[in-house]
Ligand binder design. Sequence first.
Ligand SMILES: Nc1nc2c(ncn2[C@@H]2O[C@H](COP(=O)(O)OP(=O)(O)OP(=O)(O)O)[C@@H](O)[C@H]2O)c(=O)[nH]1
Ligand SMILES: [Mg+2]
Length: 432
Amino acid sequence: MTQEAEPKRKRAIVAAVQRPGVSDPEFEASLEELRQLGKTLGFEVVGRFTQKRAGFEKAAYFGTGKREELRAMRENERAELILIDHEISPSQAFNLAKEVGGEVMDRTMVILEIFHRHAASRFARAQVEIARLGYMGPRLREAAKQAGPKDRARSGTGGRSGGESHGELDRRKIRDRMSELQRELDSMTAGRQTQRARRTERQGLARVALVGYTNAGKSTLMRALTGSQVLVANKLFATLDTTVRALHPETVPRVLVSDTVGFIKNLPHALVVSFKTTLDEALEASLLAHVVDASDPGFERQLAVTEEVLEEIGAKDVPRLLVFNKIDRGGDAAALRKKYPGCVVMSAREPAEVARLSDRIRAFFEKELVEAEIFLPWAEQKLRGEIFATCKVLAERADDKGAFLRVRGDADTVKHLQQRYGRAAKPRSKAT
Ligand SMILES: Nc1nc2c(ncn2[C@@H]2O[C@H](COP(=O)(O)OP(=O)(O)OP(=O)(O)O)[C@@H](O)[C@H]2O)c(=O)[nH]1
Ligand SMILES: [Mg+2]
């Protein structure tokens, strides 16, 4: 794979076939995004190469004449890499590289490589590796097929058991490694679920998740809303893990904010699947703050892509708060407010606007709150802390059996507390 500590940046050409249904602006935006993705990987993008075509050429993506042109351009520009703005088949990639020279990376490969480099936690690394192996498997098979007879002949004399070819051996290794990683993930998921259950119990259920296209400003808002130090970077897919913090200044009950992995057009399916676990946690939120970069000319497409991915991972029905961010850089605030009623238009750089967003989030959860009375027997006083941490206590009175707390809190939390202490309050004599 591409090396980390390279003295000089690799030169790359972005290339794509424009099919009939794809408009020029859409096509341009997508190529520009691929260029950004390439830059995120540290490549120097030295050229762009396109062809209008009814469809992808079956054997090698571009038509015959165009492959010749691309080869000449690559040699001229001394480019080592061709980045293709679609996911192409293993044999297309193989054939194209053979004719054009250099290394061919398709959009999926580029995104997988970025995720691979940015994955920091054990959890994220395992998720990315599974997705990568799933992607690499068919490509190794293709390489083995192309090496064909030679590969077989070697396997006869080599020390491999059972007469396996290179291809078969690699395939088996990949399968084994994938199931090993999956087991690892499953055990980590179990741990995370317990943690999550504890957290829910301890801290209440008011959760808002920041979701949206990559680079929209989710982590910046997370920092501003919670006063925490999460990673903010002007690169794509800076965040791969879900982090959770309390909305600041803290309220009772607390509102928890989570930051999530960004979305992108044609997010490789393997990544959607493997990041579902990470996103699940966020999607248990009662509110999704969908952050959109209002200053990006392609924001509407990005908004639509995010909605599609949310639907795909089963979050279609979670209430949304649409947040148009980066308005200091550009965008038409009045038009946005008109077209998207109820949206927030803001800049994460303006503390007053962050405070307004914070108020909107609080208001959402306020509406969900209920008022109720919780009875806390004298013997259970050590649990007062939990009530005070999860609900706002409005009034308190007491009799000889215990305390009665008038609280305002999340309906589920209040019910849970009432059941827990209410039961303990009942006389035990009648119980069998
Ligand atoms: N001008 C301006 N820049 C902003 C604003 N919000 C965020 N940014 C910048 O946009 C870039 C991306 O911000 P992040 O918060 O890392 O974006 P993200 O949505 O978390 O991105 P991923 O983690 O890659 O999905 C950073 O350079 C931020 O400083 C804003 O309101 N105005
Ligand atoms: Mg981020």
